[in-house]
Each structure stands twice: as C-alpha cells, then as structure tokens.
Design a protein around this ligand. Sequence first.
Ligand SMILES: Nc1ncnc2c1ncn2[C@@H]1O[C@H](COP(=O)(O)OP(=O)(O)O)[C@@H](O)[C@H]1O
Ligand SMILES: [Mg+2]
Length: 324
Amino acid sequence: MLQPGKPLQQRPQYVIEEEIGSGGFGVTFKAIHKDLNFPVVIKTPNSRLCRDANYPKYVEGFRKEGRRLAEINKLQHPNIVRIIDFFEEDGLPCLVMDFVNGENLYHLVQDKGVLSESTAIDYIKQIAGALSICHENGIIHRDAHPGNMILRENSNTVVLIDFCLAGKMDSQSVNQSANLAFAPWEQILETEKSATIDVYTLAASLFYLVTGYIPISSLARKVFNNDLLEPKELNSRISDKLNYAIIKGLELEPQNRPQSMERWVALFSDLSGENNDNPEKYPTSQQTIIQSHPLNPKILDILILTKKIPNFPTNNHPITSSKS
Ligand SMILES: Nc1ncnc2c1ncn2[C@@H]1O[C@H](COP(=O)(O)OP(=O)(O)O)[C@@H](O)[C@H]1O
Ligand SMILES: [Mg+2]
C-alpha cells in the first residue's frame, strides 16, 4: 500500500508527499521526483477494497487507464493530462502523471461561486476539444465532470484527468462506476459507448459551472419522469443560446442530443458571453427542449439536496474530495 513517507520499492526516485484525492476505487497522491525536484501524481487502486469481488476489475481498470492515456498522450493535447510512468508496487498498479498545479472546477465553483458565461464556455470548449480528439481515436471518457477538470494555476488552461472509465467505443465492457450525478441514464443502465455520453456529461458540467447546481439526475428523469430545470431558471443572466445548448446536450434520449462534440459546441461556439440574444430565436417547446414549468417542489427538493453539501455526491462514485 502506498503511504506518504514510505519509500517505493519499484521507484525509489519518487517520494510520496500527501494524499490529494480518494474516490470510491482509487487513491491519488502527490509525489516528488527527488532527483529532478519535479512534482508528479501517483494514482493507484484503493487497497482497502482488495476483498471486494470486483477488485480485480478495478485493478484492470487502472492498467487500462494507463494504456489509454499513453495512447492519447501520443496526440500531445494541451488539455489532456500527460502520463509519465507506470509500475506495480505490492501488486498494485501505479500510474504516474504530471502534477497539474491548480484546482478542479468542482471545487473552484464551490469555493468562488459560479463562473461567468464566457469563462465557463472557454473552459468547456477546451475540454470539448480534448474529448473530440479522444473520440476521433475511438475513445470515450465517460466521466468528464468538473471534478475531473483542473484549472492550471495562473492560467486559463483546463486539463482533463481521470481516464479510469475511458473505453474504446467498440469495447463490450460495462462500467457503472461513473459519477451518477453527471452521467446519462443509458451509461448507468446499459452498455452504452457512444460519444453522446460525453456530450451529456459535458453539458451537465457546463450547467454546473454557470448555475452552481448539478442538474437533476438523468435516472430520475428517466424513471420518475422528473423535469429538468432550465439553467436559466437558476441563473437568469445566462444567454438563451447557451441555455438552449446546455439543454440540447442534456436531452434525455441520446438520439436527441447533438451526435458529436463538434455539433454540440457549434450550438454556442460563437458566444462571447454577452447576453444579447433574441429569445424568439430559440424554441421552447417540450419536444425540442423542456417544458417551461413552475418550480416543481420535488425538483426543488432534489436541487436543494444536491447543492453545496460537503463531499456531494456520496452515491456510488463520489466526486473525489481533494485535500490540496
Ligand atoms: N494530475 C493531477 N494533477 C493534480 N491533481 C490531480 C491530478 N490527478 C488527480 N488530481 C486530484 O486528485 C483528485 C482525484 O483524482 P482522480 O484521478 O479524479 O481520481 P478518482 O478516480 O478518485 O476520481 C482530482 O479531483 C484532483 O483534484
Ligand atoms: Mg475523478
């Protein structure tokens, strides 16, 4: 098991400094390459789960994350975290990557409040570019929520991390451990592996960045027929165009979403962040978007429950709490 201060048998050059994240299945440490004085991140499965029947599957997931990141890294995309090394310590696979100095966007909004429309669009476009490259190479991320996007300190660059759930578009593997709050229902219930999964999760992330709320879960909409609140109802400053783009990305049925990242981004790519839209331009029929409705108390309850609760969400696979 990896621990701060405990020397690594296989890679003595790395000194583990502190745990910076701990999700359902993995633990993430900050470490220093002591010869180069260079900070890195080492991620490993959670050894406390080793008696879990699914443990071998998680371990294999880490190996796969390493291989996929290595594949994607060949593309040298500025918004995808760079992988450095991979080794096994006490039977645990360890993935070494660049330490991205900064804060993840989930914590950023928790700490500083919602982002302006133009800033949120800028960040999401960067991640959409990274995901497009992944899709072109047959890989879907499947967990592109704000906790997996790090804003580099003193810059406007956002970096996508956590490819643990990423899979080949043609793979048959089922992985239900995504962050449910940001996941489309078909990812949770079916072995779905289409790019529209990432479109949904990125639209949910954009919803969160501009409203501070996580949209009602896709499962609640699918199973209980709950309505989705338009982001504009939570933040009236959002332009109609962005409101429409978010809702289109969050369409419940995958076939009603834009079918590629590029098509989704095209819905708001010309936005400057100025709210100067003509509301007439964007239809609000239930078919194309969602029904405009009075605040439904049930939905409000869920929104209140999901808003600013420490360590939310705790169901299944929490957004990792970071100690950094
Ligand atoms: N390369 C990195 N650089 C800086 N911080 C990171 C890096 N990778 C992960 N983290 C931090 O650790 C947290 C957990 O890492 P992540 O890879 O998302 O694991 P999990 O599978 O537990 O969600 C992230 O939310 C982020 O705050
Ligand atoms: Mg994560």
